[in-house]
Ligand binder design. Sequence first.
Ligand SMILES: Nc1ncnc2c1ncn2[C@@H]1O[C@H](COP(=O)(O)OP(=O)(O)OP(=O)(O)O)[C@@H](O)[C@H]1O
Length: 673
Amino acid sequence: MAGGRREREYAMALQRRSREAYALAGRFEAATEAERKVVGQLITLTGAGWRLLVDHAWPATMSANVDMILVGPGGVFVIDVKRGWEPPSAADDLPPADSEHRDLGVAKLLDTTRAAEREVASLGMAPIALRPVMVFAEHSVDRVVGRLRLLGAPEILPVLVGEPQRLTPRMVRAVADLLEETFTAYDTPSLAETPARTPSEEPDGALFDVEDVERAAMRSALSAPIEQWMTFLHHDQVSVVRRDWNGPARVGGPAGTGKTVVGLHRAAHLAQRTTGRILYVTFVKTLPRVQERLFQSMAPSVPARVEFTGLHSWAQRFLGERDVRLNVRPEAAETAFSRAWLRVGRHSLLTELDPSDRYWRDEVSHVIKGRGLTSLAEYRVIPRHGRRTALQSQHREAVWRLYEEYERLRIAQGVHDFNDLLMTALREVEREPVDPPYTAVIVDEVQDLTLVGVRLLYALVGDAPNGLLLIGDGQQSVYPGGFRLADAGISVMGRAAVLRTNYRNAAPILDTALRLVSGDPFDDLEESSPNGHRDVELTYHEGRVVVAQAADAADHDRRLVEALSEAGPAGSAVLCVSNRVGHYHRLLTAAGFSVLNLEDYDGNPTDAVKLGTYHRAKGLEFKNVFLPHHDTLHMANGHTPVDRERAELARRLLYVGMTRARDHLWLGTVVRS
Ligand SMILES: Nc1ncnc2c1ncn2[C@@H]1O[C@H](COP(=O)(O)OP(=O)(O)OP(=O)(O)O)[C@@H](O)[C@H]1O
């Protein structure tokens, strides 16, 4: 692939300055020719916006310092140059403490990288933006081993130039200034702004291949954009990403406060420091695709050891590998429940509390099966967090009969539900641990998992240091039947962090959303919060909430189409309840929009309007969010505890929908005269 004109000019400009750089490299007298060419290449970059720090003592091999630190558009590179060393073979794993490689100075290189990381963390820079690099001056090599990048002399410049651009020139200056202040034992060789006349001393052959550099510049230009959060974080976020935890930990915080961002950085951080597998798991089926795509743009050079998956898909795959076959058929299981309700529920005393089978289906699914209860005795005494109805003993007995009938019918039909899937996976992990084991499990949107789901993930890593990280927000919980982490035997004492700066929503949007739930208590895995008030700091950006009051349903839909046309489909999502998705699909298609179901969305920019349910939109965000008939969800509290619980759940769902909007939230309603 040839480069574009700009990339060719860039490579040529570097080439023009390379002889001058080579001459400047000569001041490090003791360097061999090969080393001098390496440092010559790096000095060349200083003519193109990079900054270089070189250890005063370099190239003395006994120096306590790492040879160089380079700062440029691609990030910070801590570099050790090796002379007379063969690069370790591909079969070698090069763990930092490996005595065989101790002489290579791996530990020194990693220590210096960590020291630099500590410094730049004060600017909010994330560890992913710093890379330790070992350059083998007389060889050709390009390998990633753990956190290290091993490069040969011919590879160094193309690799550095080919990195996606993370830092603007201003950021390069700020980061380099800070590092120069800290690393005082370093020189800062740099080409002058204007080229000097051609130096007399010339290298024997070119320092680098111009076409390679041109191709690399093209690669950099074509790489997915590195958004600011992929490099710079809030101090609270960096500290969570870098922290060493000696057991399970948890990160909470209201919507849009960068919890997922922290999770992704944490995954990259751990992937670079360990050799084991890392599981990044969430309840929502579609989210892993979006998260994986973000992760790949953010951390393109991190080894592919982070597995993004939905919890149920993971369990299904895991059981498949163990030859445990389940017949998971949610619809058939639903039918079994409906039949059970007709037989033992419909005329029971449960209907005094709530006549609809839905409430009791949730009780069976989330409280009894979701918590893995196996006896009425257990069910009689457990606190039902988040459920507002107080059940007397006779009610619990009636629910238990319903559960048993459901199980009988389900088993007779030979089908399983999702709870069976997770419970079977848990038993299987307990019977024989996963091999090879996971080093870390990061759980996003943990508030939507059942207790059995959390126990399953906990069973994968137990209390291992930096093993389990639970990320979530109880206020966004859209399923009933909460639990406490203690119920899973998990303690996060002293290992919990809360994020408070909202980066996503414009102020009017967040205000509207928070007002909706501010009176509602919610459960947050460790305790109940007495009301929905949260401390949230806003990052200022413009935005608006539009409430469209229509005369009737037809008028409502016409306004929706108008508003969507005005906002443009590309950044827009329409969210609704599940039985309205078909209607809006037809409406939008008839209005000439192309429509992408959220089931098929992977986070890539698209010209289509995204359409899906509130549940499917969890964890996602869009520039414009349209919530047609939003108030059909928002039910009044009613008189019974069941009504109140239902209304709270509905408000939380609407809160989730509203907080998906960055700049523009459209709320459709029909005003009856
Ligand atoms: N340090 C940061 N700088 C700039 N933008 C940030 C930063 N942290 C997060 N963001 C942005 O804020 C938005 C919300 O982040 P994220 O999705 O991680 O929040 P969340 O807390 O997981 O949200 P939710 O709970 O609502 O799903 C994203 O657009 C993200 O890119």
